[in-house]
Design a protein around this ligand. Sequence first.
Ligand SMILES: C[S@@+](CC[C@H](N)C(=O)[O-])C[C@H]1O[C@@H](n2cnc3c(N)ncnc32)[C@H](O)[C@@H]1O
Length: 423
Amino acid sequence: MEDNQRLAVWVLWYVFQGKNVDQALLLAEKELKLSQVNLGAVKDYTYGVLRYGWQLKYLVKKLCKKYPTQLIENLLLIALYQLLYTHDDSFTIVSQAVNTAAKLDHIAVKGFVNAVLRTFLREKDGFLQLARNNEEALYNHPQWWINKIKKQYPLIWKEIFNEAQCRAPFTLRVNTQQCRVEEYLKKLSEANCDVVWVNKEAVVLSTPCSVEKLPGFDVGMVSIQDASAQLAPDYMDLFSEARVVDACAAPGGKTCHLLEQGQSIQLLALDKSEERLQRIRDNVKRLRLTSPTLGITVADARDVNSWWDGVQFDRILLDAPCTGSGVVRRHPDIKWLRRESDIHQLVAEQEALLNNLWPLLKPQGKLVYVTCSIFKEETSEQIQKFLKKHTDAKQLNSGSEQESFIKPDSFHDGFYYAVCQKN
Ligand SMILES: C[S@@+](CC[C@H](N)C(=O)[O-])C[C@H]1O[C@@H](n2cnc3c(N)ncnc32)[C@H](O)[C@@H]1O
């Protein structure tokens, strides 16, 4: 148990140095022998601190007269997270933190950690009230992000931040090529899982579990995918024998979902990352979706001459690289790693992808532009710019913002979908 705090201190160290959580956990496995025994708790502490980190850091700042080293700060963040957001016993949390402090630093630091945490427990309400008066600590996002969302969503910005601080729902996508959703719900109920059927193939489990515990996961009955990401086939409006390109396809969540529609489409999946492309092959195999017309190719989709055979497509899916600002409750490390200056670069990449792919679409064909970002530079403003430039394009789902912007709520991540049809 004690070791969980120490390991999470290092995982957080890696993240604050610029690694994402997955890379940080891999490093901890390699360098610190993080094992399956500790993984659950270490992940919980890491995600907890990243989710509520601005509040926790604010508390540390108010509690410490002299600012601690980075390692001891991480330890205090973890202990405060446990004290505020878990049901662990407070006496045990503090005594473990005190012992962990000595292992991380010098024995002398034990008294300091003990004093800080005991002061917090004694004067908790006062400290929490102070933190509520600080915007970053209240919404747990950097100030530039708070300012942007306030400006772009003046009516719902608070809702957006409240959702962004929750735990992400654990959502499954039933592979209807293998079994009907009703049948799968029965299997879940037999396995004593509490579920909500959100829509179509999307089912939310009230308690997350490892994939090995999901009935039929190994034989491809089900995948893990957020309900917003599962809307892609609705917008794609597929038909039998349609020529389709999924231009940014890895790890293949949407590629596989399109194939699971069972419409014998001719699908080409591209991604510029060979490593991530392998995950599409693995998913296609596990889900038993292999089709003779499926192509999986490593390519930069912008460089059309390197991969296009010259025959236009009926449908283009562009699930573009983006800031991921709509999925921070699932990946809270994004809030720490993303810089405001990244937006400009991503917007330029999205624009180049849109402009270069557009000529590859047949007349009457549809291009579906998707982001898991909710920043308007990457969503509606990007599409407005595109429509202005391409007079042969019209947006089909432009009646109201609700048709393209998927507001984050308890069952949906924040997403954006635009369907552009060619005259
Ligand atoms: C949002 S993810 C795609 C998620 C995927 N569609 C799914 O549903 O699982 C974006 C992907 O775009 C890829 N990518 C970024 N720029 C690209 C480019 N110029 N050409 C092809 N792929 C690109 C990244 O490697 C990444 O895998």
